[in-house]
Structure formats: structure tokens, C-alpha cells
Design a protein. Structure first.
Length: 579
């Protein structure tokens, strides 16, 4: 019997060996798959890290966008004063840059030539997580920078604040800037933008414009007339206010020099300062009507015919009070004459009788001891005398030794003519019949008398150049020397005219002020308020009266029949000549 031995087929492996080979192949595939997966994971992790950094920036910018996406600001008639439009921001995460930073800086400088390559290199090498390279970029610029292909660059939508009226009402509106603690946060840096930051950025209110009390037409007229006079008189600065006497609404507020809120970077400190609310001035003889009102309210003066000695300068300690050259009457003056001829001597004598407590009380009731009552945060504190004696009460009576803002003076005049009610001033539009109640400072009778007296000053006194035919303007001039380190300047003064119209039924107060005007042909080489500030009021009232609903009427006026007989006549002069 023969034994047959089975031999494997040629080219075939044993089953066990084939199993081992298959397992090895599977293992290799698994390892390769794991390596491939690991590589993908590394890439994904890297991308995720970059995406997270980018998302962090985008999320933060979304917050910035929320802050930038502010409510519009409009005037009382709905005209746009500040709007938000869409723009782009270009930023970078310096620590995430993959390419060569020097090369990247050179390429960025070509696309954004406002800065050189060294500037961009410094930004790219900063030890910060994120920094901006450009704000308010155009879509075409974003496309060009994006084409560089650097993943550390970010492109984020942001909103740009546009002030369509350019410099108009710049100090009222303010401007936007970077938060000092976080440069990526944009916030209001002045004016309404700063005062109403929460309201303007509140998501629930951003769709509703913030309506101001300003009338852009009146604002334009005030800025135009102030600017022309400031230039002609070569003045250091100028301010103007139009105030609604019944509501406290500011219809116009102008401070010169001015700045452009669209381009704040080039503005200097003086241009950014709102002199209507921040700067305080000794406003001279504009205080005299306030003193007369205090005299009537206190019972010091009960008759307009009462006379006070102005025959010669008045000695008070080591000081001498005298009347300004050209105003001296060298006789006893009654109340209307004291104001018409702007007598310091007569006013000082009246103030001495009023006394310190009652004069202080009047000034305090008018808010002269505190910052102006208005929504803006840029407000100056008045200079209140540290010591009150006879000299102080007499000099403050004609506006020396006490300093307030032009806005506070305007508010005081509104109180004088509106029936005696002091109200806080506001830059927000007041709804009909929603004016604040205010507080009574003067009686109605005193207010009526003050309307007569202020009208007489314009008709027969220093305020003649403030008259606007048909608008029945009443007011008082004030010229005060500018105080300095070495005392009062003999060559520079602050010239102010505080007025109201129409005086038979007062609607608006208008105050204009010139800071240090020069003696030039345009003001007849005179720097007093009668030749500088008063003519501005006349032109402004003529331009805006009808806009504000006050139609010129030469047939109306204040009844002054009981005061006219009190006015002095020169020997041989008839009443018609005196008038």
C-alpha cells in the first residue's frame, strides 16, 4: 500500500499565513487611517483655533457694532443731525500671523497709503491679541486686503457715524471715540452722544430717532451771523443761544471756534470746548436788569420815579465805582434812566440797599451758584464770590466779581420776561403742554415791568443796534474787561447782548457774546456790546423770527406810557426830541 503525501498548490499559502497577512494589512490600513485622521484633526484644531480667535474678534466687534449702531439724532422738525451708516473695520490678531510680518506690512502700506510700512509693522508685532488696522474701510479696500490671504486678518462690519450738517451744532451733538480702557469699544465723547449714550445704544430704542429741541434753520442762522461777525471783528471766540422762554427748550446753541465731528482728529482743545455751557464769564451790565428785578421783589424800589445819586464816582473803601465814559449823566437817575444809561453808580447804590442776603438769594434762585441745568456733561461751575461785603454786592450788581455761563444768563432773562418762572434748560424737544412747572422767582408784576424796561433800553439806550423792525426786541448790553493774572485787561473785553422778543408777548430769548473783539472798521472801532454783540441779535431775529412763528408787526409794542414821563429831557428839548 502506498502512501500519498498532499502538497500545497503552487503559488498558494497556508490558511494560517493568509490570515496573518490579512490582519497585517488591516493593521496597516488602520494605522494609516489613524495617521490620516490625526493629520486632519491637527488641521481642524488649528483652523478651529484661528476660527475661535476670529470669532472672538467678530463677537466683540458685534458688540462694538451694537454700540456703533446708534439711534439717529434729529432736530425738532425731524431733520437729521447724526446718522449711522454701514462701513467695515480691518483688524489683525498679531500672534496668529502665519506669513512674513515685514512683507505683510509692506503690502498693507501699498493698499492703505495713509500709513507707512513701519506703522503697519509695529501694529503686526504688538503683544496684544487683537488690534485694528483701519476703520471705516470701503468694500473695495476690504476685497483687496482679503486677497492677501493672511488668515490672521479679520474683516468685520461696523457702523460709521455721519454728521450730515458737518460743523453745525457740533458742540451740542458731540462726537464718537474709543473707550480709554478698551480701544475696541466706541462711545460718545461729548455732547448729546455722550450724555445719551444709553438711550442711543439701547436696542429697544435705536429704531426711534432722538428728537432735540434745536431748530437747524435757527442754528444755521445763528452760526452764520456769529461766524461772520467773529471774523470781521477778529474776535477770539463767540457764543450764541436762542431759548424758548415758556419751555426752557434750547432752539439754537452756538460756540465758536467750531470743529467737524466727522473729522475730530484735527480739532484743538479750544475748538472742542463748548463756551456756552463750559466757560464762565463776567457778563457786565447784563446783570443790571436782574438787580432791578431784585430791588422790586425785595421792596427796595417801589416806585420807578425814585432817584439815586450818580452825580459823581462813588468811593467804596479803596475802590471807586464810576460810570463808563460816554454814559456819564452826572445827575440823579431814576430806575428807567439807570438802565437806559447803564449807570454803574446808580446800580451800586440800589444794590447796597438790597443788601447781601437778598442779592445772594436772587442769584441763587436763578442758579448762578451751580453748574447750568442742562443734559450735557460739559458744564462749567460759576465763579461765586468767596466773601460778600458791601463792595461785593455792589460790583456783582453790574456783573463784576461773579462769572456764569452764557446759557445761565439766557435762562435768567427768560425768567425776567416769561412771568417770573425759572425752568431748567433742555436740549430735548418738549411735547405740547409738557413744559416743567419750574419755580417762581419773580412776581408777574415784576416781570411785566421788566419787559417795559428792557424794551426802553433798545428804543432809547445802549441796545439800539439790537432792534429788529417789527419784532419788538428788548434787552441789555454788557461789556466787561477780561480778567487775567495781572488784573483786568484794558485792551480786551467780553461783549454781550441779552435780549428777548417780542416784548409785548415774549417768546424767545437771544443772547450773543463776543470774546475779545478788535477795534476795526466793521464795528466803528468800538468793542463794546452795542457795536459788536447787539447787531448780531438784530440780524438773527430778523432772519429767524418768522421761522419761529413770530410775524413782524410794526403796529404792536409794549405799553410804556407810564414810564415815558420819567425820562429826562435836556433844557429846551421837547418830549418828541427826547424820544
Amino acid at each position: 500500500m502506498s502512501i500519498v503525501v498532499a502538497r500545497p498548490m503552487p503559488g498558494r499559502r497556508p490558511a494560517g499565513q493568509r490570515h496573518a497577512l490579512i490582519q497585517t494589512a488591516h493593521m496597516r490600513l488602520m494605522i494609516l487611517l489613524l495617521l490620516f485622521t490625526a493629520a486632519i484633526m491637527v488641521v481642524l484644531i488649528r483652523l478651529a483655533a484661528l476660527a475661535f480667535a476670529s470669532d472672538t474678534g467678530s463677537t466683540r466687534t458685534a458688540m462694538i457694532g451694537e454700540n456703533w449702531s446708534r439711534a439717529d439724532i434729529v432736530d425738532r422738525n425731524g431733520e437729521p443731525l447724526a446718522r449711522t451708516i454701514e462701513a467695515w473695520g480691518i483688524g489683525v490678531h498679531p500672534g496668529k500671523i502665519l506669513g512674513d510680518k515685514r512683507d505683510l506690512a509692506n503690502r498693507l502700506a501699498v493698499l492703505m497709503p495713509a500709513h507707512d510700512a513701519e506703522y503697519f509693522y509695529q501694529r503686526l508685532t504688538m503683544d496684544v491679541n487683537f488690534t485694528y488696522l483701519e476703520h471705516h474701510a470701503s468694500p473695495s479696500l476690504v476685497t483687496q486686503v482679503h486677497a492677501i490671504g493672511e488668515p490672521a486678518l479679520t474683516f468685520e462690519k461696523e457702523a460709521e457715524r455721519l454728521y450730515p450738517q458737518s460743523t453745525m451744532a457740533a458742540h451740542v451733538l458731540g462726537f464718537l471715540g474709543h473707550n480709554k480702557n478698551d480701544a475696541r469699544i466706541i462711545e460718545g465723547q461729548g455732547g448729546i452722544e455722550r450724555a445719551f449714550e444709553d438711550r442711543l445704544t439701547n436696542p429697544a430704542e435705536r429704531g426711534t430717532p432722538l428728537a432735540l429741541s434745536l431748530d437747524y434753520r435757527v442754528q444755521a442762522a445763528m452760526e452764520s451771523e456769529l461766524g461772520a461777525s467773529m471774523t470781521a471783528f477778529q474776535a477770539k471766540g463767540a457764543t450764541g443761544v436762542v431759548l424758548d422762554v415758556a419751555t426752557g427748550e434750547v432752539i439754537a446753541m452756538a460756540s465758536l471756534p467750531v470743529f467737524n465731528p466727522n473729522k475730530v482728529a484735527g480739532a484743538d482743545r479750544e475748538s472742542l470746548r463748548n463756551n456756552v455751557t463750559q466757560s464762565v464769564y463776567e457778563l457786565g451790565s447784563t446783570f443790571k436788569p436782574i438787580t432791578m428785578a431784585a430791588a422790586m421783589e425785595s421792596g427796595t424800589v417801589t416806585s420807578m420815579a425814585r432817584r439815586f445819586d450818580a452825580t459823581k464816582p462813588m468811593k467804596v473803601g479803596r475802590f471807586t465805582i464810576h460810570d463808563d465814559r460816554g454814559h456819564e449823566q452826572n445827575r440823579w437817575l431814576n430806575i428807567p434812566e439807570t438802565l437806559i444809561y447803564s449807570s454803574n453808580i446808580s446800580t451800586a447804590r440800589i444794590a447796597k440797599e438790597i443788601g447781601v442776603p437778598r442779592m445772594q438769594a436772587m442769584f441763587r434762585r436763578l442758579g448762578f451758584d451751580t453748574k447750568p441745568d442742562i443734559e450735557l456733561r460739559e458744564k462749567g461751575r460759576p465763579i461765586w464770590p468767596k466773601y460778600w461785603g458791601d463792595t461785593t454786592v455792589m460790583t456783582t450788581a453790574y456783573g463784576h466779581g461773579i462769572a456764569v455761563t452764557p446759557l445761565q444768563l439766557a435762562n435768567a432773562y427768560a425768567t425776567l420776561v416769561n412771568g417770573g418762572i425759572w425752568r431748567p434748560t433742555t436740549l430735548l424737544k418738549v411735547a405740547p403742554d409738557k413744559a416743567p412747572a419750574g419755580r417762581r422767582v419773580l412776581s408777574e408784576a415784576t416781570s411785566v415791568r421788566m419787559r417795559q424796561l428792557l424794551r426802553l433800553i433798545v428804543l432809547r439806550g445802549t441796545g439800539r443796534k439790537g432792534e429788529a423792525p417789527g419784532y419788538r426786541v428788548g434787552g441789555k448790553t454788557g461789556t466787561a474787561e477780561v480778567p487775567g493774572a495781572g488784573g483786568y485787561s484794558k485792551t480786551a473785553n467780553v461783549s454781550t447782548f441779552a435780549a428777548a422778543f417780542p416784548m409785548d408777548n415774549p417768546r424767545y430769548v437771544v443772547v450773543t457774546m463776543m470774546d475779545s473783539p478788535k477795534r476795526v472798521k466793521e464795528n466803528q472801532f468800538q468793542t463794546t456790546a452795542a457795536y459788536t454783540a447787539a447787531p448780531v441779535v438784530s440780524r438773527v431775529v430778523t432772519r429767524v423770527g418768522a421761522m419761529l412763528g413770530v410775524m413782524p408787526d410794526n403796529g404792536k409794542d409794549v405799553d410804556e406810557s407810564d414810564l415815558l414821563p420819567l425820562l429826562w429831557q435836556a433844557p429846551g428839548e421837547t418830549r418828541a426830541d427826547a424820544e
